[in-house]
Design a protein around this ligand. Sequence first.
Ligand code: SF4
Length: 345
Amino acid sequence: MIYIHVPFCHRKCTYCAFYSVRSSEFGVRNYVEALLREMEERKGEQAHPIKTVYFGGGTPSILPIDLLARIVEGLRHCFDLSQVEEVTLEANPEDLTPEYLASLRTLGVNRLSVGIQSLDDKVLRLLNRRHTAQQALEAVENAHRAGFDNISVDFIYGIKDPKDFKVFKDMVSHVSVYALTVEPGTALAVQVEQGRVTLPGEEEVVRQYHALHRQLEEAGFRQYEVSNYARPGFESKHNSRYWDRTPYLGLGPGAHSFDGKKRQWNNPDGTVGEETLTEADAYNELLMTSLRTVRGLPAEVVAKGQKEKLQPYLDCSWLVFQDGFYRPTTEGLLHADGMAAALFV
Ligand code: SF4
């Protein structure tokens, strides 16, 4: 699988701690040239069949169609894409015009992940998003009309209850939900510190999580990972492979790669970082990822002497044992990271 990092954003959202830069015509064109060079240099690295391609960011929908077409052409030239099943592009609503969407389809993009975050204009302004709730809805309608049947929308909870998902009717097949976190160094951190923004306490955030969960289940979505819900058959193939530890190639500044043993990442300054995973690292990563999925942790991989440590979580119903897997319950998913950390070797 291939991940392409597009580091540009129109402007910075208040809560965002990701690496991203303002787009300028010059910067975007230079970026594409560098990306094409990187593809040429690294084309031998992806030994596994490529089943998914993911354009993530930043805001990939900032890229004009002619530049996206050059990237896709570069990918076709350097890699065997004959087995690709899913090509996802992360997009912001304001970029999704009917013309842009039609061109995306021509380029082979068959899945959209739209950063909606909220259907409340006040919340959108507070987060410094560029779109309104109405634009978000129109973007999804445009995408649906353009023939996209695999549309994911992102939502943030932990501010106000996200509004009713029913507005999307059957147009959306996947929903990602994230709790708002206050990351150091962000504008939001400053606003909270200065008392200009007050966020709800933990109890209210947990209540919102459960309310959201109920609403999504009632609308026909099933949770398959702590942050991800899908209609049957629409789970993200790309993300599910990360959790299975399938090797992947990441291109672009800030992208990570994994060859099964070694993790490698591009630093924004052009240098490359590298880390070889020890057996303990690999085990801890497996704990971390599998306890975040409803499939759970396979009993056969649990390290010696660790089964006793899982018992308290079974007793308090954060986990259930089923078909050879320790599966987190809805409540347990909220504590997935804590459970994993307690089991780290
Ligand atoms: S669009 Fe996404 S990557 Fe860009 S600033 Fe906002 S949250 Fe960060």
